[in-house]
Every structure is written in structure tokens, then in C-alpha cells.
Design a protein around this ligand. Structure first.
Ligand code: FAD
Length: 377
């Protein structure tokens, strides 16, 4: 039983940690709430570091149809400016990514329990964690990895979200002109109460994902149709992009209460917290999945090296603190009224500022700026 590990949550972080541990001969049980992979509220942007980590896990993104992303465009009101990314990034739907990650976990020998939700995690004995599932089943192991994402798992509390962020995602088939114009870019559109990202994904489609403060959503009548109209009114560039676009989901996917800026301080013996359970970086950085992969890799290495969780967790926090704080300041600037007033200036300096921001909000610096193997050809 000494080598048994429970991984709670089979998202990016949970799958990555499970694969790493199983490949080192550990007996891993992964518990995931969703019976099958599904679309999630996410910009689907995979940073250079995320591509490297996925490549190291043996995941061939190009074969999954991922789209290379080489530049970022910032659009506010009627203005837009673009800058090349300091690394090659990628874009792939979360459904496709999760399907592949779960398949890799199974191949690595992970015991995957799907369609069951963890209701609680508690101590069975001084040395054993016990996860109780919604069907009453219990699983025990000396070590647990908490990877249940941004929301609270009962008994392992998280701070609330004071801005009451609301995030939406919709897939579109853009018009031929707009598809060609967006090509290998990721666009960030700004509004007074939030921002949105639009970028191509596999199969010639586009993902539009936005996050707004509740007051902005309330002014739009608390309905998606009203919000979409308001965002296009505030940012005509978005209206141009979506002109003639065909929505591909019956309704958008929604998530609320996002605790941006959260970084876990401590943990308990034998409990390694990874992904959004370790830190929730503002979405505009497109770095959440990179953090999920990075924290999973570091936690697995710490566990294998017998580094206690209570030593690992504060070390991880120290390593990420600066970048998290910078990202929060930049996030505040993007949605702040004063910043919008000086927007013409911001757009003039955007290419340079973008390169700097993209670098300093990376939690792991890229080893090289050359295209990762995934898109090397
Ligand atoms: C609006 C928005 C846009 C974003 N855009 C990007 C982007 O473009 N690029 C990027 O890199 N990051 C982005 N992110 C961040 C990224 O989505 C997260 O940081 C990342 O998914 C974290 O990975 P994770 O494995 O910790 O959590 P998740 O990927 O959320 O996985 C958690 C898993 O745990 C499961 N789970 C939860 N509770 C339970 C339970 N009780 N029992 C069992 N299973 C459970 C869930 O079903 C889920 O599969 C965005 C986030 C938001 C909110």
C-alpha cells in the first residue's frame, strides 16, 4: 500500500501527475467526475511551456489537429494591434486534449474511475487518506494528489471570488474571410468589465471564450445574447470577427466564481495540491494549463524523491508568487477604466509590452524559444 496514490480530478493536472507516477511504477487510482471528456470553459491556448510538457508526456499535438499560434492581437473599441509571441503556442479543444490525456493514463496503467464525484477527503488513520465518492464507495492511500480544479472540495476550502467573475465559451464556424484573417493568431478583445479571447482550433473552427465581472453581465441583462451584443457594441472588432459566424453549441458553457490570484500556502501530510488547486492565474495569460502541467510534474517528482507535501507546497508557492502577482497587476490594468482611457497609448506600445508581459507571466520560462517538437515541421 506504501506505493499507492489517489489522484482526485482527472483534468490536465490530475492526468499529467497520474501518468508520471504510473510510469514510475506507482499504483495510481484516478477519480474523475465526468464520465467522458467534454468541452470546458477555456481559451484552449497552449503556451510554449505547456507544449513542451505535453510533448514530454508523449502527446503528439499535431496529430490531434492542434493549430499553431504565432501572434497575439489586442483589440479594444475600434483599434487593434498585434505582436508576435516570443514562443510558438498551440490551440486545441479541451475535449480533444482530455480524451488523449485519459487514454495515455490508461496506457500507463492508471486505474481510472470515471463518472464518480469525490464527496470528501479525510483521514482514515494517521497515515491514510480516504476519499468518499457519491455512490458511497471509499478509496484509501497514504498519498493523495488534489487536482479537482478551481472549485472547493468540501473540507479543503478556497477563498471566494470578490468580483464574481462569470466566464463563457462558445465555438463558432467563422466566415471564410474571418477564418483566413484569424489564421494562426489569438485575439484578446477588451471591454470595461472583462475581456475575451478568440482563436482557431482544430477542424477549421474558432473558440470564443470571455470572462466578465458580474456587474457587466448584469448590465447586459444577465443573458448570454445580451452580453454578446454588449461586448460587440463595446468592441466593434469582435463584431467584425463574428459577422456571419455560425454558433456550434446550443448554448454557451458557463462557469462562475473564479478565484483569480489564489495561491495555496500550505497543505497536510501526504496531500500534494496541483493545478488550479495550487494556483489560479488570470485567464488572459493563457497559462493555466501550463501551470497545471508544471505543478503536476513538480509534485510527482517531489513525491518520488520523498519530499514531504508540507515542504513541497510552500516551495511551489515561492516559485510562482512573483509571476502570479505580475499577472494580477496586468489583469487589473486590462479591465481598469483608467487603463481604457489611455488605450490609444497602450496600443502603440502593445507589441513591446506584449512581449515583456508574455515572458514575465510565464510560470516556467521556456528552455528555448524555438518551436517545440509538436509543431517543428
Ligand atoms: C475563462 C477561462 C479561460 C481560460 N483559458 C485558458 C487558456 O486559454 N489556456 C490555459 O492554459 N488556461 C486557461 N484557463 C485556465 C485553465 O482552464 C485551468 O488553469 C486548468 O484547466 C487547470 O487544470 P486543472 O487540472 O487544475 O483543473 P481542470 O482542468 O478544471 O480539471 C479538474 C478536474 O477535476 C474534476 N473534478 C472536480 N471536482 C471533482 C470531484 N469532486 N470529484 C471528482 N472529480 C472532480 C473535473 O471534472 C475536472 O476534470 C482558463 C480558465 C478560465 C476560467
Amino acid at each position: 500500500m506504501q506505493d499507492e496514490v489517489l489522484v482526485l480530478g482527472g483534468g490536465v493536472a490530475g492526468c499529467a501527475a497520474s501518468i508520471a507516477l504510473a510510469r514510475k511504477g506507482r499504483s495510481v487510482t484516478l477519480i474523475e467526475r465526468d464520465p467522458t471528456p467534454r468541452h470546458k470553459v477555456c481559451g484552449d491556448f497552449l503556451s510554449g511551456e505547456a507544449l513542451e510538457d505535453l510533448h514530454a508526456l508523449g502527446i503528439d499535438l499535431a496529430s490531434l489537429g492542434a493549430v499553431p499560434i504565432d501572434y497575439v492581437r489586442l483589440a479594444a473599441a475600434r483599434r487593434a494591434a498585434e505582436a508576435p509571441l516570443p514562443f510558438r503556442a498551440g490551440s486545441l479543444t479541451r475535449k480533444a486534449l482530455h480524451t488523449k490525456l485519459i487514454a495515455e493514463a490508461l496506457t500507463a496503467g492508471v486505474r481510472v474511475v470515471r463518472g464518480r464525484s469525490v464527496q470528501s477527503l479525510s483521514r482514515a488513520t494517521a497515515y491514510l487518506w480516504q476519499a468518499t465518492l457519491d455512490d458511497g464507495a471509499t478509496y484509501e492511500a497514504p498519498t493523495a494528489f488534489l487536482a479537482t480544479g478551481k472549485h472547493d472540495l468540501h473540507g479543503h476550502g478556497r477563498p471566494k471570488d470578490p468580483h464574481q467573475w462569470v466566464a463563457f465559451k462558445m465555438y463558432y464556424r467563422l466566415s471564410a474571410t474571418q477564418t483566413a484573417d484569424l489564421a494562426d493568431g489569438s485575439e484578446l478583445t477588451l471591454y470595461s468589465g472583462g475581456y475575451g479571447g478568440i482563436q482557431p482550433v482544430e477542424d477549421g473552427l474558432a473558440n470564443f471564450c470571455c470572462v466578465v465581472k458580474r456587474w457587466y453581465f448584469a448590465r447586459a441583462g444577465l443573458r448570454w445574447e445580451g452580453l454578446l451584443a454588449k461586448m460587440q457594441q463595446d468592441c466593434p472588432h469582435l463584431a467584425m470577427r463574428l459577422d456571419g459566424a455560425e454558433p456550434l453549441l446550443n448554448k454557451p458553457i458557463v462557469v462562475t466564481h473564479i478565484p483569480y490570484g489564489y495561491i495555496r500556502r500550505t497543505t497536510e501530510d501526504g496531500l500534494y495540491c496541483i493545478g488550479d488547486q495550487a494556483a489560479v492565474i488570470p485567464s488572459f495569460t493563457g497559462d493555466g494549463m501550463s501551470i497545471a502541467l508544471h505543478t503536476a510534474r513538480r509534485a510527482a517528482a517531489a513525491y518520488l524523491a520523498r519530499e514531504p507535501a508540507q515542504v513541497f507546497q510552500p516551495k511551489l508557492r515561492s516559485a510562482m508568487l512573483l509571476q502570479m502577482r505580475i499577472a494580477q497587476v496586468a489583469d487589473h490594468g486590462l479591465t481598469n477604466a483608467l487603463a481604457r482611457a489611455v488605450l490609444p497609448f497602450c496600443l502603440r506600445v502593445w507589441p513591446g509590452a506584449m512581449r515583456v508581459t508574455a515572458r514575465i507571466t510565464r510560470v516556467t520560462q521556456p528552455a528555448a524559444v524555438a518551436p517545440p517538437q509538436a509543431f517543428a515541421n
